[in-house]
Design a protein around this ligand. Structure first.
Ligand code: SF4
Length: 350
């Protein structure tokens, strides 16, 4: 197998034991990152590294198994359902936090949408469903319509969200002539269609991505973007500020900047929390008020934690943006800071 550091001969067993995701990159993305002028940063997103063999961590950093209520459906936060509709993507990111299932034949994808709909129907507090995986847009439009057949009749759902990196990997997917009718169905059911793009770097935002996003925005699809803070890829305020400014320019609201997770085989992508805060400050210094709409977030087992600042008292200040326990949402808390800490669990409780 070809790694960034050189070729290694491996058995299939070694790849499996070490949980190495298979290599897959679309021709479009390979050409885009080569021609973007940022190849030396963007190659780390999709090219395997031998560091994957040594990176310690967990394969389920956010407690996805514990929050699964029906096979394929997670219900961690009251208002949101997370539906796994596929285990495939057009290309595979080396830092994927769902390495345990993505690019493999997984038993975590929802096999029974009627059961999913029955659960959601019985939970009126759930107001939106996020289709994820894998990438929902590897499914055909008719398969996506099949998923919608189960979700659209549920009156308490007010939005259907799609999490996708397809605008980077294969933007022509959004030129499918059947897609406008799919989004129209969502609107006619009285719901909002939201696409959460996944651009980590300004070099991933191609002219084709921009054109297709503008076209879907004209069809009333709302756009947000999430990025992951990644060592060697985008751990630079200049790059992330340029990424968020570009998103803003094309009508995509910067939403989350995720602290990279301690994923087995991918923890070499993590930067320290101290460095993450320096980068966040640098981004905010470079953007206007209407562009800096993102939060620096750690998606932890206990909830989504906004990382706020490092105090003069040597403590790291944070706030729960989402938590299973509503009383905890919005509360600021702190832990003693430890140099080189990269995750909440690296900080002592007192
Ligand atoms: S597109 Fe998303 S789900 Fe697919 S490999 Fe990348 S991070 Fe993982």
């Amino acid at each position: 197998m070809k790694f960034i550091e050189g070729t290694r001969v491996l058995t299939a067993g070694e790849l499996q034991v070490n949980n190495i995701t298979r290599y897959r990159v679309t021709r479009y993305y390979r050409d885009q990152i080569t021609n973007s002028g940022y190849y030396d940063q963007l190659k780390y997103i999709v090219e395997p590294s031998v560091k994957e063999f040594e990176s310690a961590g967990s394969l389920d950093t956010s407690g996805e198994h514990d929050n699964t209520v029906v096979v394929g459906l997670q219900h961690k936060y009251a208002q949101t359902g997370l539906l796994l509709v596929t285990d495939h993507c057009a290309s595979y990111c080396r830092y994927c936090f769902r390495k345990r299932m993505v690019g493999k034949k997984s038993d975590e994808v929802a096999p029974d949408l009627a059961r999913v709909a029955q659960y959601i129907g019985g939970h009126p507090e759930m107001t939106n469903v996020l289709l994820s995986g894998g990438d929902p847009f590897v499914l055909s439009t008719s398969n996506l319509n099949e998923v919608l057949n189960h979700l659209l009749p549920i009156t308490h759902l007010n939005s259907i969200r799609f999490g996708t990196k397809m605008f980077a990997f294969e933007p022509s997917r959004f030129e499918d002539s059947a897609l406008p009718a799919l989004f129209q169905r969502i609107h006619e059911a009285g719901k909002t269609a939201v696409i959460v793009t996944h651009f980590d770097h300004v070099g991933e935002i191609s002219v084709d991505a921009e054109r297709n996003i503008r076209s879907l925005r004209a069809q009333d699809v709302q756009f947000l973007n999430q990025s992951v803070l990644l060592a060697k890829v985008n751990d630079d305020p200049e790059i992330l500020a340029a990424t968020f400014a570009k998103c803003h320019q094309i009508g995509v609201r910067p939403y989350y900047l995720f602290q990279s997770r301690p994923v087995k085989g991918a923890s070499h992508f993590q930067v320290s929390l101290r460095r993450g805060l320096e980068i966040t400050r640098g981004i905010n210094q470079r953007l206007s008020g209407i562009q800096k709409t993102f939060k620096y977030i750690m998606s932890h087992y206990t909830g989504k934690i906004e990382i706020l600042d490092l105090g003069d008292d040597g403590r790291l200040y944070m706030r729960y943006h989402q938590n299973k326990i509503p009383n905890k949402i919005g509360k600021i808390f702190s832990r003693p800071h430890v140099e080189a800490a990269r995750w909440l669990d690296d900080l002592p409780e007192e």
